[in-house]
Structure formats: structure tokens, C-alpha cells
Design a binder for this molecule. Structure first.
Ligand SMILES: NC(=O)c1ccc[n+]([C@@H]2O[C@H](COP(=O)([O-])OP(=O)(O)OC[C@H]3O[C@@H](n4cnc5c(N)ncnc54)[C@H](O)[C@@H]3O)[C@@H](O)[C@H]2O)c1
Length: 369
């Protein structure tokens, strides 16, 4: 399947991960891309300027909840595959306003599934056989895992990891809405036979990440001498994956994954939030020192009240995708984080332009509204 050129409909292709997928598809494969994106605050076509002139790239500004518009896109572009990334993705925003998350993540996925099913059913047998609906999801659907501080380990002293068969137990409106969409996708496979693959990935970081998320927020606040907020003690553990490694994994699953299967994707990089922030500060101390007498960027670290319902630990067992599809991440946390910090140092104008006035790095999701 990977040998022939495919037309791939990418939803959410102007977002952080979606734009990495689109850049990878255009730069490193022979496939064509139709980017379907509503362009919410999180979607930025500037993240695609390096590839948007390609004759293999097309853009459709469409809301996935708009059934008629989605149907038109299928009819006009005749895709071979769908990679569905469009979502509301920020946990703190989901605490302040869950409605948009139910609408886009649950209702929007339903609308897309129905459009895909109607389209798939009328394809000829050979195109029908290779069609896939690839649903991109998160490890947050699994809830959280025991933390080393809880002293809950198995007989070998190992802490458990999320596998493809871990039971769902989402904690936030965001993760609950993603869990709902995962269930819909699997139900459309089981009930209607729609060919699907699902991936659940850990926390991503890298270039073009909207500045409300931890890593870009810390880099940009540090450069402006602003406080670096740490929720609670900062001992929450996340399993970090460089976004370009995720993009490579996604294209591999979309084109070579087995129909009906789920693949967990992660970087084997469990880090406490405080450790992530301290590492960013020491890279910045080296690459962009604060100046004589100003001290280290780590002096700006400020502890703030924790997020309500904050999951304590996520960690992915990514053995299946490695064993079955041969994927391994190319970046370590250290190399990926250094590249990321350097990218933000080199791309300050992008950062200024995506913060259009509606978001100024203020605290969201304290659960106080
Ligand atoms: N960021 C992570 O660490 C992470 C980890 C695992 C999985 N995921 C999943 O990957 C996907 C992409 O995440 P991201 O971080 O790139 O998100 P993002 O918020 O950066 O981008 C989301 C994109 O979807 C678009 N969008 C939102 N609502 C839409 C709608 N109704 N119709 C059409 N387009 C719409 C936005 O304009 C934006 O371009 C999401 O499904 C998310 O759940 C993210």
C-alpha cells in the first residue's frame, strides 16, 4: 500500500500535530494531502508555509460538525485515507468550557464517521479494500497510573504502563470527549465494518506548539522574564514524544496498520513536569543567558494551585507499534527538547502572530469559573 501515491484527507492539519503530519507527508512521501480545518484559535496556516505551495497540497476551511460541507469535501477530493486529528485539545480550556469539546470531539467525529461510511460504501471494491479511517487519540483516555511516590509497583518493582488493552477511565472533559470519540470509531468498525485504525499517543512537544501548552509557555515566559507556573508540586509525570516522531508513526499506522487495530505511541520518556521546566531553563541559560547578575531562568519558577482532577502519571507501552510496524522514535528527550528551544528562539514572530489577542498566556482551567 505504501508504494502507490495516496490522497490523504487530514483533519486538523493546521494544528500542532496535524501540521507536522502534513509537512512530513509533503516533504518525505509521494502522497497528496487535503487539509480540512476550521481554523480555530489553535489552527494556523503559517505552520504550513513551507509546504502549502506544493501541487500535492490542498486546503479546505471546513468545520467537521458541518455534515454538508464534509460530504462535499469527500465527493470533490475522493480521498483514499482519512487521518482524523481535528479536536479541541487543551485540558484547561475543557475545564472552563466543556461544550466545544463535546461538539467537536464527539459530535464532529460522529459527523465525519457518517460521511466516511457513506463515501466508503460506494467505492469500487479495490478502493474500498484499501480505505482506512485513522482516528488519532490520546493516552489521557486511560486515566492515570500509579506514581512512584505512591509506592505501588508490581512484583518486579516496575510501575505499570498503558497498553492497548488498558481500560478507559478518563478524568477531564477533554479526555472524556476523546474517549467518547474512540468508542464511536470502534463501534463504526464493529457495526458497519468501516475499516479503522486508532492510535493513542502520549504528550507531544516540538516546533509550532501553541503557546498555551507547558513547554512553549515556559520557553516564552522565560524569555520575557515572566513567572514560570508549575501546577502543585510539579511532580506530575508525562511521557514526552517529539512531534515529528509522532507524525512518522501516524503515517506508518495510516498506511500499514492492520484494519481494526489500536496502536499506542510513546517515547519512553517519563519526566516530572518540574524536571521538564528545569531542563528548559538550563538549555536557555546556555543558549540565551539572562545577562550579568540576572541569575538562572529557573529563578522564575513559581508554584501555583494544581489543576482540578489533575492526572498524576501517564506512561505508554509502545512495544506493539515497534514490534509490528518497526517504528522507533528518532529523538531522545534531550535532543528533541534542545531542538524545540532553539526553534522557539529562532521563530519569535510566529509566536507573536499566533497569539492574536484572544490568548495572552494567562492561567486557564483553574476550575474557578
Ligand atoms: N498535543 C498532544 O500532546 C496530543 C497527544 C496525543 C494525542 N493528541 C491528539 O492529536 C490531535 C491533534 O492535537 P494537537 O495538539 O495538534 O491539537 P491542536 O489544538 O494544536 O490542533 C487542533 C486543530 O484542529 C482544528 N479544529 C478544531 N476544531 C475543529 C472543527 N470543529 N473542525 C475542523 N477543524 C477543527 C483546529 O483549527 C486546529 O488546527 C487531537 O485529536 C488530540 O486529541 C494530542
Amino acid at each position: 500500500m505504501q508504494d502507490s501515491a495516496l490522497k490523504i484527507l487530514v483533519t486538523g492539519g493546521a494544528g500542532f500535530i496535524g501540521s507536522a503530519v502534513v509537512r512530513h507527508l509533503i516533504n518525505d512521501t509521494i502522497h497528496s494531502v487535503v487539509n480540512l480545518d476550521k481554523l480555530t484559535y489553535a489552527g494556523n496556516l503559517e505552520s504550513l508555509v513551507t509546504v502549502s505551495d506544493s501541487s500535492r497540497y490542498a486546503f479546505e476551511q471546513v468545520d467537521i460538525c458541518d455534515a454538508a460541507a464534509v460530504k462535499r469535501v469527500f465527493a470533490e477530493h475522493q480521498p483514499d485515507l482519512i487521518m482524523h486529528l481535528a479536536a479541541e485539545s487543551h485540558v484547561d480550556r475543557s475545564i472552563d468550557g466543556p461544550g466545544e469539546f463535546i461538539q467537536t470531539n464527539v459530535v464532529g467525529t460522529y459527523v465525519l464517521l457518517e460521511a466516511a461510511r457513506a463515501y466508503w460504501q460506494q467505492l469500487d471494491e479495490s478502493r474500498k479494500g484499501r480505505f482506512r479511517f485513522h482516528h488519532i487519540s490520546t493516552d489521557e483516555v486511560y486515566g492515570d497510573l500509579p506514581h512512584p511516590n505512591d509506592s505501588v509497583a508490581d512484583g518486579d518493582g516496575e510501575l505499570p504502563l498503558f497498553t492497548e488493552t488498558t481500560a478507559y477511565a478518563p478524568s477531564s472533559p477533554y479526555s472524556a470527549s476523546k474517549a467518547g470519540s474512540d468508542h464511536l470509531v470502534r463501534a463504526w468498525h464493529r457495526t458497519y465494518g468501516l475499516p479503522v485504525v486508532v492510535t493513542n499517543c502520549s504528550n507531544n512537544y516540538g516546533p509550532y506548539h501553541f503557546p498555551e501548552k507547558l513547554i512553549p509557555l515556559v520557553i516564552l515566559n522565560a524569555l520575557e522574564g515572566k513567572p514560570l507556573p508549575i501546577y502543585g508540586a510539579g511532580d506530575q509525570i508525562r511521557d514526552w514524544l517529539y512531534v515529528e516522531d509522532h507524525a512518522r508513526a501516524l503515517v506508518l499506522v495510516a498506511t500499514q496498520g492492520v484494519n481494526g487495530e489500536t496502536y499506542n505511541i510513546g517515547g519512553h520518556n517519563e519526566k516530572q513536569n518540574i524536571e521538564v521546566v528545569q531542563t528548559i531553563c538550563s538549555i536557555l541559560d546556555e543558549l540565551a543567558p539572562r545577562g550579568a547578575g540576572a541569575g538562572s531562568y529557573s529563578d522564575l519558577i513559581t508554584h501555583v494551585s494544581d489543576r482540578p482532577g489533575h492526572d498524576r502519571r501517564y506512561a505508554i507501552d509502545a512495544d506493539k507499534i515497534g514490534r509490528e510496524l518497526g517504528w522507533t522514535p528518532q529523538e531522545t528527550f534531550e535532543t528533541g527538547l534542545r531542538k524545540t528551544v532553539q526553534w522557539y528562539l529562532d521563530n519569535q514572530p510566529w509566536c507573536q502572530r499566533v497569539q492574536d489577542g484572544s490568548y495572552q498566556r494567562e492561567r486557564l482551567g483553574a476550575g474557578l469559573e
